[in-house]
Design a protein around this ligand. Sequence first.
Ligand code: ATP
Ligand code: LTN
Length: 348
Amino acid sequence: MHFFRDCIVICNIMSEEIERKKRVFSAVQPSGGLTLGNYLGALKNWVKMQDEFECIYALADLHTITVRQEPAKMRANIMEAYALFLACGVDPEKSPFFIQSHVHTHAELAWLLNCYTQFGELGRMTQFKDKSAKHADNINAGLFTYPSLMAADILLYQADMVPVGADQKQHLELTRDIAQRFNGIYGNVFKIPEAYIPKAGARVMSLQEPTSKMSKSDTNVNGCIYVLDSPDVIIKKFKRAVTDSDACVRYADGKDGINNLMSIYSSVTGKSFDEIEREFDGKGYGDFKLAVGEAVVEELRPIQENFKKLSADKAYLQQCYANGAELALRISKRTLDKAMKKIGFVLK
Ligand code: ATP
Ligand code: LTN
């Protein structure tokens, strides 16, 4: 008798636990060389969120072909990114982690959403404007409709929260607008997701040009730290980081280089800006830059070691992404079917 009562209590607790957990979805493009910006702005949070939330993560490989890719390099980038994300702590046992092109519902819902997204809205996206300026010879329709595919990624999973760096906020807002428009016509089909933008690491800036974000497409290699850079290279890049003539480690307007280094140090060590200012009181920029470099090396060391082991085990990686895709398809197909039915398609 007690046994059955206990079972019911446990089941109730478990179902409350399942109901209470919010769902998180995020994706990153495997477009080569994960940067410290990607890691601190996105990935580190992915890992942290896994215990508190029900997380689903993806490599957005379909998004990468908005910019011309070399086939062999593209394949290598996808495999490297998959292993690297696991090495950073994405746990496929806790969070389905899949490759976007393996789950056909993404491209399908993206087409549907394209028909509920306005030309004017897409034209206002700053990423579109930036990327079309950068790739003036290839301003393709995919680059323009990129945000509808991103909206499909998110809305398929009825995600409550989407952890991204600050540069993706505008795309998230458009996703919400598209979802609200669709729901306004057809009833409650999509959950309206919230952006989750971490304070520390939200926008890691280039070490050479601290007014623009650290980016793998940066032409100055010293501006960008890669997660797989060797310790020597990392220290060298930090030593060369642009600062100012004030020679005082404090967070203030106009000190973009130092502000950026303080943000990086804070997000890696967990120290507040006040603590950092006290730690380097009376010390020069040379000491500070070295300390930031060393802290970053220590943060990345275990990741690099894990990466080496994981990338040698192709069978394991394959099993992880196949399982991830199977689960993702099961969840996303329900949303796609619901949306298609509401629009008026005849389902098989
Ligand atoms: P590109 O250099 O081509 O613009 P990217 O480095 O921005 O690419 P994305 O795939 O667009 O790479 O970004 C992956 C994730 O990393 C996103 O969540 C994005 O917000 C975050 N991110 C990218 N760069 C930074 C940065 N400098 N600081 C903080 N977060 C970043
Ligand atoms: N557009 C994003 C990558 C991305 C994404 C997503 C992020 C594709 N689909 C869904 C969050 C949710 C980028 O360029 N960083």
